[in-house]
Design a binder for this molecule. Structure first.
Ligand code: C5P
Length: 221
């Protein structure tokens, strides 16, 4: 049942984890599966949007009709997003971007030596925060995965990153967050509204998020 209620929109969606390399065989990453971002990309395309999916490494097949840009590190994702954003009316940042990367990447496999090993990390660019400061800001949607004080942290991110909405999910709850097909979320809006949601499939949550994005786009115009 293809629709066209998002026809005319160009949506940039990020998905999956990033990998921050330590040496040719090791990296730092997280448990993101990419399911939420891919579900959003598939649904948005189905509803008529042009979709650019900037994805970290996942096991998922790219949805048909979507332009896939594959990246590994946060810095590569940053570069890809910044290159595409001028053409986009909406950006949904569902990727779990690594906050830090190793200061040094060894050219050769690191050898086992001492009893302890200290890694020094440095901050990655905050892509979404940077988008929030653009003069021509697209509609910006963020995600917040938290294990404590979900609503407080999500509200703080919404404000700090200058977003239109943020989808907050408590990843410590059963049936929510990383690597499962369902999610329990609440959506926080710029005007202070909070919409708590039931446990639902990520595919259904994707449709609901796109419904809300459409409403916000209509209000804006
Ligand atoms: O990492 P954090 O919890 O702040 O992530 C919140 C939102 O910001 C997510 O939508 C995530 O994709 C985005 N983000 C980003 N660049 C980063 C870190 C997070 O775009 N370096």
């Amino acid at each position: 049942l293809a629709g066209d209620d998002l026809a005319g929109e160009t949506m940039l969606i990020t998905a999956g984890p990033t990998r921050e390399e330590l040496d040719p065989v090791r990296y730092i990453s997280n448990h993101s599966s990419g399911k939420m971002g891919y579900a959003l990309a598939r649904a948005a395309r189905h509803r008529g949007a042009k979709v650019i999916l900037v994805s970290g490494p996942t096991c998922l097949a790219p949805p048909p009709g979507v332009e896939l840009v594959q990246v590994e590190s946060a810095r590569q994702m940053h570069e890809a997003v910044m290159a595409c954003v001028p053409d986009c009316s909406v950006v949904i940042k569902a990727a779990a971007v690594a906050d830090y990367r190793p200061v040094l990447r060894c050219g050769e496999k690191m050898k086992k030596s001492g009893e302890t090993l200290t890694l020094q990390l440095e901050k990655n660019p905050d892509i979404l925060a940077e988008l929030g400061q653009l003069e021509r800001r697209p509609l910006l949607v963020g995600f917040a995965a938290e294990t404590t004080d979900l609503q407080t942290h999500a509200a703080a991110k919404l404000a700090a990153k200058n977003l239109d909405m943020i989808v907050a999910n408590d990843v410590s709850q059963e049936g929510a967050g990383f690597n499962v097909s369902t999610n329990i979320a609440r959506i926080l809006y710029r005007d202070g509204r909070i919409e708590p949601l039931e446990l639902m499939a990520k595919t259904r949550l994707a449709e609901l998020i796109l419904d809300r994005i459409r409403e916000l786009l209509q209000d804006k115009r």
